[in-house]
Write a protein that binds this ligand. Structure first.
Ligand code: AMP
Length: 282
């Protein structure tokens, strides 16, 4: 497995692999790998001939009050896991390598970044699309694999690829959960045992919403209120948002009569956790 820190070398390696006729898969991550990332790597390994994983905690997607400095990091553990998962190259640049002095470009997707996490994390998706565009031009992937756990991120990246005619196929992978339903996240490491129990309320909320829709409830407000009440009945929880929206446009819906997504962000202690589910398929 190659470990590459320089953009120029990564481009050279990818170019060579492409020239030899290989399909390149990319799994972008911020490291501190868990089973969710491993599942993305499995899919990438299966769909491509050469598998690249990037590890980069991207400062420009964090707000000033967010956890950039304290975001969990474990380079050595990550490299061991990457090796076991059959990664061919880990691209692990420094911040200076990605954003040298004089850097001043942004890739922005306009509409769909205004909702959900875009509301509470201004500038976050600009940071995401800018870094993903840079990762694509560096690793030159035929395919890139993203998790549905970050549902809005997946939709935003698909939009960027379409709008900018990027030559990379985007694959979404279902959320990997712990046995009790908690969506796996690097930020779960912030949770105390008591907070972790409360964090289960996110998944319970999604279940409640699905059940209400299945029983014929069509009013998103009633469902959101019930989910809010359920989550707030658990200690340490503070709701950032609960949204029922169109799964593609991400705009709120007034009545549930077609496909819809419930997405939520909840602070549990100092962890800001997100989860989502399609509560009605069609
Ligand atoms: P991160 O390192 O948190 O930026 O995540 C890197 C990639 O892994 C993103 O595409 C995430 O959506 C994906 N991911 C994170 N957690 C999970 C999970 N529990 N299941 C599936 N994919 C995940």
């Amino acid at each position: 497995m190659e470990v590459i820190e320089k953009i120029a070398l990564m481009q050279e390696v990818s170019e060579k692999w492409r020239g030899d006729g290989n399909i390149i898969s990319l799994v972008p991550t911020m490291g501190f790998l868990h089973q969710g990332h491993i599942e993305l790597l499995r899919v990438g390994r299966q769909k491509g001939d050469r598998l690249i994983m990037s590890i980069f905690v991207n400062p420009i997607q964090f707000g000033p009050q967010e956890d950039y400095e304290t975001y969990p990091r474990d380079a050595e553990g990550d490299l061991n896991k990457a090796r076991s998962a059959g990664v061919d190259a880990v691209f692990m640049p420094t911040v200076k390598e990605m954003y040298p002095d004089g850097f001043q470009s942004t890739v922005r997707v306009e509409e769909i970044t205004k909702y959900l996490c875009g509301k509470s994390r201004p500038g976050h998706f600009d940071g995401v699309t800018t870094v993903v565009a840079k990762l694509f031009s560096t690793t030159k992937p035929h395919l890139a694999i993203f998790g549905q756990k970050d549902y809005q991120q997946l939709v935003v990246i698909k939009r960027m690829v379409r709008d900018l005619n990027m030559d990379t196929g985007i694959i979404g992978v279902p959320t990997v959960r712990e046995a009790d339903g908690l969506a796996i996240s690097s930020r779960n490491s912030y949770l105390s045992p008591e907070e972790r129990s409360s964090a289960l309320s996110l998944k319970k909320g999604l279940g409640l919403a699905k059940a209400m829709v299945a029983e014929g409830e069509k009013d998103p407000v009633k469902i959101k209120n019930a989910v809010r009440e359920l989550i707030l009945s658990h200690p340490f929880t503070e709701i950032d948002y609960i949204t029922i929206c169109d799964p593609e446009k991400l705009a709120d819906i007034e009545i549930i009569d077609g496909p819809c997504l419930l997405a939520l962000a909840v602070r549990v202690g100092k962890a800001r956790l997100i989860d989502n589910a399609i509560v009605r398929e069609n």
